[in-house]
Design a protein around this ligand. Structure first.
Ligand SMILES: [Zn+2]
Length: 281
């Protein structure tokens, strides 16, 4: 006798078999494939025009932290907080002992995701000459919303606006919001780093844009490194750094940020904060 198998079962695959995107996110374990070094290597591939990704070496300090594991020391955490400008320094001090987010199932924070805001959008207008002190570029007004898209907004002067504390489970990628959904919330924290965009020549849609070169300022790299150490300290482990575009690699209509990100410079700033231990020893 022929048994009728419900269609839904025929097409259902075991959840554990499903790996999502170029860095192979497992929706059961909420983890990308491979060791921490392998994950960081995939998630920190260079994001180029139109979202093309190219391999690049991990800065030695990131490779070391991924290999050794563990968490920032009290000295490293203090150095990160001391690097912050006010008023965020006070805010960070106030929240420093509160554990970072976890998912609703209790899976702890693991990924530190770097974005560029792609705002303000200039269309066909040129980029302002002095991006670092342009009030329009550095205003946080674009990002004010009932539900701001990320945990942190970081402008080109290094000023920080905390829209959601790192203890709040939040989502800012398609992987979290469209593919895995609510169970992924809390596994990622998100940093929006201010960088304007304009149309590529002849482009008419927001999928065809480019950012300025250099992409970010020294102050932004310094603060990204400090935020990474601080968020890692609150998570109780060195988080795995990632880019928005690599997290969403392979998902339709994925964003292409951050553009023109200098991973070496991020590594150099991180190295300074990590080495306060040796300096103090
Ligand atoms: Zn993004």
């Amino acid at each position: 006798m022929k048994r009728l198998i419900p269609l839904a079962l025929l097409f259902a695959t075991p959840a554990s078999a499903e790996l999502i995107g170029g860095c192979q996110f497992d929706r059961d374990t909420l983890t990308f494939a491979g060791s921490a070094v392998e994950q960081a290597t995939c998630l920190l591939r260079k994001v180029e025009l139109m979202g093309k990704k190219s391999p690049q070496p991990l800065p030695p300090v990131i490779k070391l932290l991924m290999e050794q594991g563990g968490a920032p020391t009290a000295e490293q955490k203090a150095a990160a907080i001391a690097a912050f400008p006010e008023p965020y320094r006070d805010y960070a001090l106030g929240y420093q002992d509160m554990p970072a987010s976890q998912t609703e199932a209790g899976v702890p924070l693991l990924y530190f995701v770097i974005h560029d805001t792609s705002e303000p959008f200039m269309g066909t207008e040129p980029f302002p000459h002095h991006l670092g002190n342009d009030p329009q570029v550095n205003s946080f007004d674009y990002y004010l919303a009932a539900e701001p898209v990320a945990h942190i907004f970081l402008n080109r002067q290094g000023q920080i606006w905390a829209a959601h504390d790192f203890s709040i489970p939040w989502r800012a990628t398609k992987l979290e919001s469209r593919v895995v959904g609510a169970p992924a919330r809390g596994r990622f924290v998100h940093i929006e780093t201010v960088q304007p965009r304009r149309f590529l020549p002849g482009a008419t849609n927001r999928g065809q844009t480019y950012g300025p070169k250099p992409g970010f300022t020294d102050a932004q790299y310094r603060m990204l490194a400090a935020l990474y150490v601080y968020a890692s300290a609150r998570a109780g482990r060195w988080l795995i750094p990632a880019f928005h575009a690599t997290v969403d690699d392979g998902i339709p209509d994925a964003h292409d940020d951050p553009q023109n990100f200098d991973l070496k410079q991020f590594g150099k700033e991180l190295e300074k904060l990590v080495s306060v231990d040796k300096a103090g020893a």
